[in-house]
Design a protein around this ligand. Structure first.
Ligand code: NDP
Length: 245
């Protein structure tokens, strides 16, 4: 299978761990030119060092996706350095699960800010230049929680349902833009570290996440979608561990 990735400029949000990190490393192997954004720049620097040691080209940028001006700056820095963005991967996300009756309103707000508004800021930041060029791809990382609702995840699911809706609306409006939604099942990462209730975190880790995919399984799905010819838009990929119900 040959994938058309070499030389493409790909910007990834939340590239400091988990799926974002694995995607950066996987795409670098295919010859992509990378822009990596996240808050933990020490982690980004270490990933960039690995990529450069293998001859890859990469830019690192401090990024909090809840800050619209920082998302703009990340995109503008990438365009200034590499001349364009071919693909934006809106991957940054948080999952502080809780029951609604616990009224963790700050955490609800955080999920909306990162998982929904962060994605919107990303789309808003790349659309003008992609429109101008008449080409581009936006990959939004949603979840199987964007397809099915489960208890303790009402708000998280709501944010991921929103990601599916945004992707689909954008796709219909943009004849030249490739829009891809990735919906992973359980994947090994640091995602449950955002669950503030230790008992809830334990239950999620031990009961619901017994079988997890390596993050590279999702990176390969993203590489597949990016690597298609320009007239092929992989709209949606759902990828679960085989054993996940
Ligand atoms: P991780 O916790 O390992 O990675 C999350 C990434 O998001 C980190 O790089 C983190 O970087 C970044 N991030 C969080 N908040 C912000 C912010 N405000 N600004 C910028 N970056 C931020 O988890 P995953 O790799 O699992 O998560 C990646 C995506 O995959 C998320 O959207 C998640 O919802 C989705 N997903 C994950 C699944 C799983 O089972 N793991 C299943 C389905 C979907 P930093 O803290 O350095 O800013």
């Amino acid at each position: 299978l040959s994938l058309d990735i070499a030389g493409k400029v790909v910007a990834i949000t939340g590239a400091s761990s988990g799926i974002g990190e694995a995607t950066a490393l996987r795409l670098a192997q295919h010859g992509a030119i990378l822009a990596l954004g996240a808050r933990r720049t020490d982690r980004l620097d270490a990933i960039a060092e690995r990529i450069r040691a293998d001859g890859g080209e990469v830019l690192v940028h401090a990024l909090d996706v809840t800050r619209r001006e920082q998302v703009e700056a990340f995109v503008q820095a990438t365009i200034a350095r590499f001349g364009r963005i071919d693909v934006l991967v809106n991957n940054a996300g948080v999952m502080p699960l809780s029951r609604m009756a616990d009224l963790k309103v700050d955490e609800w707000e955080r999920m909306v800010d990162v998982n929904v508004k962060g994605v919107l800021y990303g789309i808003g930041a790349v659309l003008p230049s992609m429109n101008e060029r008449g080409a581009g791809q936006i990959v939004n990382v949603s979840s199987v929680a964007g397809r099915h609702v489960f208890a303790t995840a009402a708000v998280y699911c709501a944010t991921k349902f929103a990601v599916h809706a945004l992707s689909e609306g954008l796709r219909q409006e943009s004849p030249f833009l490739r829009v891809t939604t990735i919906a992973p099942g359980a994947v090994e990462s640091e995602l449950t570290s955002t669950i503030s209730d230790p008992a809830m975190k334990r239950e999620v880790d031990e009961v619901f996440r017994k079988d997890v995919l390596p993050a590279d399984a999702i990176a390969r799905a993203i590489a597949f979608a990016i690597g298609q010819p320009a007239d092929v838009d992989v709209n949606e990929l759902v990828v679960r561990p085989t054993a996940q119900p």
